[in-house]
Design a protein around this ligand. Structure first.
Ligand code: NA7
Length: 512
């Protein structure tokens, strides 16, 4: 965004809470942290030179490699001079008379800006459980989402981990290799399919890079925004051997493309059951102890929660030093100096790891006191659930944009191209305003309401409401249940954004 605005001749500055750039890829530096989207696609496309010169080493990049890439981008485009690190923005207050936002930081600084763009992340506010007696614990507690910048020695340590989402599934097999004993405290099992991560071959990279532009264009026409083969056949129309052949192929290839094995997996319960039956048979096959296999089996809808991409997760439960504990049977009671007390068991532990998720999509925005027209706060406006036109702007908050805000495809798609689409849209909008001497832009209430309703109705036509997930806000106490990302896929969303622009920014109003 900064690079784009600068290239259009605007003044811009980034404020970043962390002491380092990188966002998600700075904070989540736990062992095993890796992207679940292929590295050649999980990267910027705004510069052909950048995408040609950067060399990804693996199919799924590790956190350190992505952070290195982001630092390279920062250096290449000389961004650091316009980035202020270690700044938490506390208030963003609209002054209608001046037509400016007053932006305050935790360093008691005040800045004034005509436009304000929130790029505060979809998964950037971690949540953690309240465990009684936590202050008495003499061991160490780590959160995957706030992992310290140092090597942690797990040798000879008894470790407990809470949370078996993507982060937990990534970190568990790695720590299990080093620690004395690993207790995995599971509340809900997740479906995981293998990553089959590998070094990228020179031939593969060359072929992909030779066709980068074409590949990117093709990806934009797919619902997820990443290039993969979407099978147009229904899971209910093929016979058992065809079904198995397709799932075997997807399992062997690895990755999120498993959900594209058939066109109706995410829409039709019976079709979905063919996929869950397949994964469940794999769990039974991999995990030796069938009682543990049963505990790891979700008996749910695959793709309702985020599908987890794993490396060696299920096989880790065949290790003698790993124990799986169902906290529905054995709820966590308290921490003492050296133990984690469950209902009937006491675990002697040195280290506790929390991988308990995030207040997704609205957490970071709601952490800022954002005040719009008529002194109305965004938090108040969103008290019965977030509403936004396209996940880009909110009525009552002129000149305030969100990148991948609630109501945008964001987390259901390949994040980087999705972010770039927002960046382009916002930059073009500001340039359009400048050319016409418009001072402000604001989303119309009606357009906003109908977009929220459209997304909510669309989500209810899928299987997304069949489970509790952070997509719905159900992992945060008292958070309104609304389907947060746009479910209609990237092509439909891009088309809508383009049509709006063609129709002189339909659904927005400008003023001068
Ligand atoms: P997730 O996917 O939200 O997973 C969090 C996990 O923590 C999940 O298994 C939760 O169980 C569990 N959890 C949360 N709170 C508790 C408490 N209080 N007690 C026990 N267990 C708890 O977060 P991740 O960081 O793994 O992944 C987030 C995204 O990052 C992921 O989807 C990818 O897009 C990358 P629950 O299912 O709520 O019962």
């Amino acid at each position: 965004m900064l690079h784009k605005l600068r290239s259009y001749g605007f003044n811009a500055r980034i404020f970043e809470k962390a002491p380092h750039i990188g966002g998600t890829w700075y904070w989540n530096k736990y062992p095993g942290a890796r992207c679940d989207t292929e590295s050649l696609q999980y990267s910027y496309q705004f510069s052909e030179e950048l995408q040609q010169e950067w060399e990804w080493s693996e199919k799924y990049a590790t956190q350190p490699e992505i952070l290195k890439y982001l630092k390279h981008v920062e250096k290449k485009f000389k961004l650091s001079e316009s980035i202020t690190l270690n700044r938490t923005i506390t208030d963003i207050i609209y002054d209608g008379k001046a037509g400016l936002y007053k932006i305050r930081s935790n360093h008691s600084e005040e800045y004034y800006s005509k436009f304000c763009i929130l790029a505060s992340g979809c998964l950037s506010v971690p949540i953690k459980p309240n465990i009684m007696g936590v202050e008495n614990f003499t061991g160490e507690i780590f959160q995957t989402s706030k992992w310290p910048d140092k090597n942690i020695d797990f040798n000879n340590k008894n470790v407990a981990i809470i949370g078996t989402g993507s982060s937990g599934v990534h970190v568990i097999p790695i720590i299990a290799e080093y620690c004395k004993k690993l207790f995995v405290l599971q509340r809900t099992p997740n479906y995981a399919v293998p990553a089959h991560n590998r070094k990228l071959s020179d031939e593969y990279v060359k072929k992909f890079k030779d066709n980068y532009k074409v590949n990117r264009e093709k990806a934009k026409k797919l619902v997820s925004g990443f290039l993969t083969h979407y099978n147009s056949a229904s899971a209910l129309e093929v016979n058992d051997s065809e079904l198995k052949r397709e799932y075997d192929k997807r399992w062997e290839a690895g990755g999120l493309a498993f959900l594209a094995a058939f066109c109706d997996i995410t829409y039709n319960k019976s079709a979905n059951k063919t996929a869950t039956d397949y994964i469940e048979s794999k769990i039974k096959e991999i995990v030796e102890d069938q009682e543990i296999a049963k505990l790891l089996t979700p008996n749910s809808i695959v793709g309702c929660k985020r599908l987890v991409i794993d490396s060696n997760y299920y096989a880790t439960y065949n290790r003698k030093n790993v124990a799986l504990i169902d906290i529905n049977q054995e709820p966590i009671k308290a921490l003492t100096e050296k133990t984690l007390k469950l209902k009937n068991i006491e675990l002697d532990i040195d280290t506790l790891i929390l991988s308990t998720g995030f207040d997704a999509m609205t957490g970071a925005i709601n952490n800022i006191n954002i005040v719009g027209e008529n002194s109305k706060t965004l938090k108040d406006k969103w008290s019965s659930g977030p509403s936004s036109y396209l996940g880009l702007m909110v009525n009552g908050f002129p000149n305030l944009f969100t990148i991948t805000g609630p109501g945008s495809p964001s987390v259901l798609t390949n994040m980087i191209p999705t972010i770039e689409q927002h960046v382009d849209w916002i930059a073009e909008c500001i340039r359009y305003m400048k050319k016409r001497s418009y001072y402000s832009i604001e989303a119309n209430l009606e357009a906003e309401r109908s977009w929220v309703k459209f997304n909510e109705d669309s989500a209810r036509n899928t299987l997304r409401y069949e489970c509790k997930s952070w997509y719905l806000g159900s992992n945060v106490k008292d958070k309104q249940r609304i389907f947060l990302p746009f479910v209609g896929g990237l092509p439909a969303y891009i088309k809508k954004c383009e049509e709006i622009v063609k129709n002189s920014y339909e659904g927005f109003r400008f003023s001068n």
